[in-house]
Design a protein around this ligand. Sequence first.
Ligand code: UD1
Ligand code: UDP
Length: 382
Amino acid sequence: MIKNLIIFGTRPEAIKMAPLVKEFKMYPELFDTRVCVTAQHREMLDQVLDFFEIIPDYDLDLMKPNQNLYLLTSDIILGLKPVLEEFQPDYVYVHGDTTTTMASCVAAFYSGSKVCHVEAGLRTHNKLSPFPEEINRQITSRITDIHFAPTITSKENLLIENIDENTILITGNTVIDALLDSSNRVKSIQNKEIEFLKNDLDFTKRIILVTGHRRENHGEGFINICNALKEIALMNPEIQIVYPVHLNPHVKGPVYEILGEISTIKLINPLAYPAFVWLMNKSYLIITDSGGVQEEAPSLGKPVLVMRDTTERPEAVVAGTVILVGTDTDKIVLECNNLLNDTVRYEKMSALHNPYGDGKACERIVNHIKELTKEKILTTTI
Ligand code: UD1
Ligand code: UDP
């Protein structure tokens, strides 16, 4: 029996690791698969755990209001020590680029487990953008034993860093597995949040969906973003802006202060994944600084304005469905108005593109681990 420990802590990691948990759990005779959540996020993580029906085997419950990187990093490493010592996993799986990713990877390395990195090889090559994620993923890549790269570009990024090609597998992004699963399940379940949105929003109007949270945009960046949204709303009274606001106080503060009183801007709490996917589908365009949303929206045929200067996800920019607008108020307003007023431009951008996967990323990951561990599994079951 191979022992797997899947570790995650924030909303996007949970969404992208949920299908992997499900895939490994299909083979209980081969794998003892356990889930450990750091709970770097609490409410936003629990929304995902509920929807994907995951009950963690270990919950470090670490989130503190307005937490800082120093404390979070050390809490994760110390919190994982007893878990790793008790379970002694053969493989530890981490995802992406958060503090949970980097600190869990370090802890797994100390424990002697092999590290598998899901969504490996994304790079901006700018250590301050996104901060601290670019360095989190570079540290993770140094330690990782098996790199599950979502695209050819991400594999090439790893090769440039002299990572052994034999340790890299291109899988597609597991977010597409989650998106397809969720889109299917949402058709057959009664969802309170979706019912609420149906009653609360006017679907005869075009909807602009907004999310934002990047640390490097805190402060001036968020003030510029909010001013842009305010201007867009005042110039286009016939559209509705819907903004599920991230729970980080550095985000909630300026957003509610600047946008709270504008009648055509609806500020709501973070939505659980199925309702958010449903709303993405209903939207005309999306304005975001999110990594995951940049990957999902092109698969749904939704143009995206990305409020960042750099992106580690160039595939959709190249395909023409994503435009980088940074946090410059005028640029956000200009590009948004262009898409609202120029239907030819809009149609071109909303052509369906899915450079990120086919929904089988997790199957490829599990098959790869099965193949690698075939001999050990055979000897332990004889
Ligand atoms: C984190 C990740 C970022 C990821 C993002 C996804 C790091 C350094 N940052 O940023 O890479 O893109 O998550 O959303 O790893 N909070 C709550 N409830 C929640 C979640 C957050 O109240 O469910 C509040 C808390 O006050 C918390 C604060 O938000 O202290 C910040 O959370 P944190 O995970 O440190 O940073 P994020 O900006 O969420
Ligand atoms: N998301 C969600 N509810 C929301 C906003 C976003 O479920 O209210 C999902 C979204 O579909 C995507 C993920 O959360 O899969 C992105 O998370 P976030 O933007 O917080 O982090 P990032 O991807 O930038 O690391």
